[in-house]
Design a protein around this ligand. Structure first.
Ligand SMILES: NC(=O)C1=CN([C@@H]2O[C@H](COP(=O)(O)OP(=O)(O)OC[C@H]3O[C@@H](n4cnc5c(N)ncnc54)[C@H](OP(=O)(O)O)[C@@H]3O)[C@@H](O)[C@H]2O)C=CC1
Ligand SMILES: CC(=O)C(=O)O
Ligand SMILES: [Mg+2]
Length: 765
């Protein structure tokens, strides 16, 4: 992607559909007069009075305990320098987003117009009662040192300057592992630190705690090597001043084992790297432009261990790996500080995690085949799902052991479970799906590419490398729309109505006619039908001229379903297809079936729907725990519906005892493990988290999915057709671009799996 396109995309991302990246969402009911009387006057007075009695009650009755302030004055924003408070806001909102998605911590970002140290300190102190913790961000040195020291001393909530300690923790963990991999000795390595600001000074101090020796460190700032004979050194710089005969970074780099860059972009040359010792360790961490470009560095030194602060290369050493999890642990025990013990615990926990085998999910997210501890994987990846349950417990334990935890954790297993729950957000499933699609790109026909939103979805699928789109529809319209939306990539465009396609229409028509001639279609009718986009597109998939098909955006579901069913064979053993919707809820993914095909399935059909849904869930790499839901529990009603479900469940229990299914169950019992265990301890679903709901009929399933979508804003993928032999998926009328992109990713994964299955079958034959 060109630089101007990247710039445009970044600006658009921030501007649309709503300016900014975060919003405030109420967590309590607010629908009725009664709710409001509790939320606000008069009810709200009660918690106020309890907090008057004891300030600690603020943790019980308000959001304080999970709320962190990300505060900056904009004086050292990334490597962009002193750009002021307003311009720092996108970064602070970004930190807020990362706190939320990685550790479920709520953030108010606060940009303060105060460069004066005392004014800044007093401002933060004045607003501190709102928060459970304070994350200072992008404040320049040396002011940052005094600001943090004073606030830590004067406040009783955890305060951390992220650029100092977040960076120190992550880079120390990475350094520990890089030294291990290169068989160096931390007490002997020669370290050049470029930059002598907030991040650089704190990182170096932490390396000394890990065993590095001050006499082996040379530090440079914008004026060159920090020497003892220089005037006006700050006390922090003076601590690292050297008497050696070194003046420039160039000179300092000779024979250095380690380079730590926390300065600004492009200040290190390939020539400098060439003078470093064997197996050089280079952490070029300036953002957004590193001290030396990743590709240049690895091309210059084959024996290098190279890391940057960026996410687009291996070894991202960035404080994003730290602050969400450090604060999570600190908040969870109500730590009054983030102390040295907690920092060191985080270093070891992160370094150790990198040595453990990497879950497949992480490989998929990062489009890797098999990440493993080594030169290109010295530190865990930010999307590693284990971070949330590995790092905070280490921090919490260190806080408890060092006596700064006001609310110690008693049950560690329960705590880990709570941490896992916190990461149950839907977007992770989408990421996994997209990355699986990317791992083996498929040709996806968009049968309505002459609609602007469909075309936009195809463009994203192309640009994000989710698949290779084939644009089907009126060619002239597609070309005009492509120009309008700046979709410049050359991709196949197919217009089934034009002369150019005569050969294919006739060929497809003939194949179709041969299959249907006993069902009343003539050859000329069949050939004529191929002018219709869904017939043509389905034939492309049948004839392996495309791998998957997405359609249905502009027409009612049944009109699209008809040609699909006429042309695409069902899977072996399937008599009736079904459909499921994947709902991405706060509690994790939930599949609902049958949402669009079988109006009133029989017990036998319910069995089939359950099996097809279960197989599909497995195909996506999850374990299906399924409940058949109704308005009654385990025969508490004598109705036809309850009997039908009970019959289907007993059949499955008898013939497929390994299938995890139970019912009939009311939805709340199915989804609430405590309620279920209390009332129905005999259920097969006890101890399991239900992720599939099978409904007794289409009405209930369809209404539920639409209600969830509208009321809870749950993201949904689907309806996903189950039981077809080809990856063909029908959209809901007027789907959004996001929904279409997700559906395309799903169709691609479906195609990959069907391909795998057919290879296995061919080998068996
Ligand atoms: N990857 C990560 O997680 C993180 C990366 N960083 C990056 O580190 C950098 C510094 O941030 P921070 O410490 O907060 O900012 P500060 O403003 O506190 O410090 C900047 C330091 O860089 C020095 N510097 C500037 N230009 C040069 C140069 N050409 N050669 C050597 N030193 C130079 C300055 O020197 P002087 O003292 O003479 O002015 C100063 O010491 C930024 O690029 C930032 O993006 C920061 C935190 C986390
Ligand atoms: C990552 C970060 O905090 C910085 O570059 O400032
Ligand atoms: Mg920062």
């Amino acid at each position: 992607m060109s630089d101007s396109r990247k710039r445009h995309e970044a600006l658009l991302y921030h501007a649309k559909p709503k300016p900014g990246k975060i919003e405030v969402v109420p967590t309590k009911k607010y629908a009725t007069q009664h709710d409001l009387a509790l939320a606000y006057s008069p009810g709200v007075a009660e918690p106020c009075l309890e907090i008057v009695k004891d300030k600690n009650n603020a943790y019980k009755y308000t959001a304080k305990g999970n709320l962190v302030a990300v505060i900056s004055n904009g004086t050292a924003v990334l490597g962009l320098g002193d750009i002021g408070p307003e311009a720092s806001k996108p970064v602070m909102e970004g930190k807020g987003l990362l706190f939320k998605i990685f550790a479920d911590i709520d953030v108010f970002d606060i940009e303060v117009d105060a460069t004066d140290v005392e004014l800044f300190i007093q401002t933060v102190k004045a607003i501190a009662p709102t928060f459970g913790g304070i994350n200072l961000e992008d404040i320049k040195a040396p002011e940052a040192f005094e600001i943090e020291r004073r606030l830590k001393e004067e406040l009783d909530i955890p305060v951390m300057h992220d650029d100092q300690h977040g960076t120190a923790i992550i880079s120390a963990a990475a350094l520990k592992n890089a030294i291990d991999i290169t068989n160096k000795d931390i007490s002997k390595v020669k370290i050049v630190v470029n930059g002598a600001g907030a991040a650089a000074i704190s990182c170096t101090l932490l390396y000394l705690k890990l065993g590095a020796k001050k006499e082996n460190v040379v530090m440079c700032d914008s004026k060159g090597v920090i020497r003892s004979d220089r005037d006006n050194l700050t006390s922090q710089k003076a601590e690292f001043a050297t008497d050696r005969d070194l003046h420039t970074l160039d000179e300092a780099m000779h024979n250095a084992d380690v380079f730590i860059g926390l300065s600004k972009g492009n200040v290190v040359s390939p020539e400098m790297l060439l003078t470093m010792a064997k197996d050089p360790i280079v952490f070029a961490m300036a953002n957004p432009v590193a001290e030396i470009d990743y590709d240049v560095a690895v091309a210059t030194r084959k024996d290098i261990i190279m890391a940057t602060g960026r996410s687009d290369h291996p070894n991202q050493v960035n404080n994003v790996l730290g602050f969400p999890f450090i604060f999570r642990g600190a908040l969870d025990v109500r730590a009054t500080k983030i102390n040295e013990e907690m920092k060191m615990a985080a270093v070891h926990a992160l370094a150790d995690l990198a040595k453990k085998s990497v879950p497949e999910q992480v490989n998929i997210v990062y489009d890797e085949v098999s990440l493993a501890y080594g030169r290109e994987y010295i530190i865990p990846k930010p999307f590693d799902p284990r971070l949330i349950y590995e790092i905070p417990p280490a921090i919490a334990k260190a806080a408890m052991d060092s006596g700064v935890a006001l609310e110690p954790i008693e049950d560690w297993d329960k705590y880990r479970e709570e941490l896992m729950e916190r990461s149950g957000s839907g977007s992770k499933e989408i990421r996994i799906l997209h990355n699986r699609a990317k791992s083996n790109r498929k040709r996806i026909v968009f049968a309505e590419a002459d609609h602007i939103d469909v075309l936009k979805a195809a463009q994203r699928v192309h640009d994000e490398k989710i698949g290779d789109p084939i644009l089907l529809g009126r060619k002239e319209v597609i070309l005009a729309l492509k120009a309008e939306i700046g979709f410049t990539a050359i991709v196949p465009i197919i217009d089934p109505k034009i002369d150019e396609e005569t050969e294919r229409r006739e060929r497809f028509g003939k194949i179709y006619w041969q299959n249907r001639r006993r069902k009343g279609r003539t050859l000329s009718e069949a050939t004529k039908l191929m002018r219709e986009r869904n017939y043509f597109a389905a034939m492309m998939v049948n004839e392996k001229e495309a791998d998957a098909l997405i359609t249905g955006y502009s027409r009612p579901y049944p009109t699209v379903l008809k040609p699909i069913l006429e042309l695409i064979e069902k899977d072996k053993g399937v008599t009736k297809i079904a459909a499921t919707n994947l709902m991405l809820t706060k509690q994790g993914p939930l599949f609902l079936a049958d949402t669009t095909i079988n109006i009133n399935p029989t017990a036998k059909e319910l069995v089939k729907i359950t099996q097809m849904t279960g197989n599909f869930v497995k195909m996506l790499g999850m374990k299906p725990n399924m409940a058949m839901v109704s308005f009654s529990n385990f025969g508490s009603s004598n109705s036809e519906t309850s009997k039908k479900i009970s019959e289907a469940v007993s059949y499955l229990h008898r013939h497929f005892p390994d299938t995890v299914i139970d019912g009939e169950l009311q939805a709340d019992f199915a989804l609430n493990p405590e309620m279920l265990a209390k009332e129905f301890p005999f259920s097969k679903l006890n101890g399991k988290k239900v992720n599939v709901l099978i409904f007794p009929n289409l009405e209930s399933a369809n209404i539920t999915y639409k209600l969830m979508k509208q009321l809870n804003h749950a993201e949904s993928i689907g309806p996903i057709i189950l039981g077809l032999s080809k990856p063909v998926h029908i959209l809901q009328l007027g789907s959004s671009v996001d929904e279409m992109v997700n559906m395309a990713a799903l169709a691609a994964v479906d195609a990959q799996e069907k391909e795998k299955r057919s290879k296995i079958n061919n080998n068996l034959v």
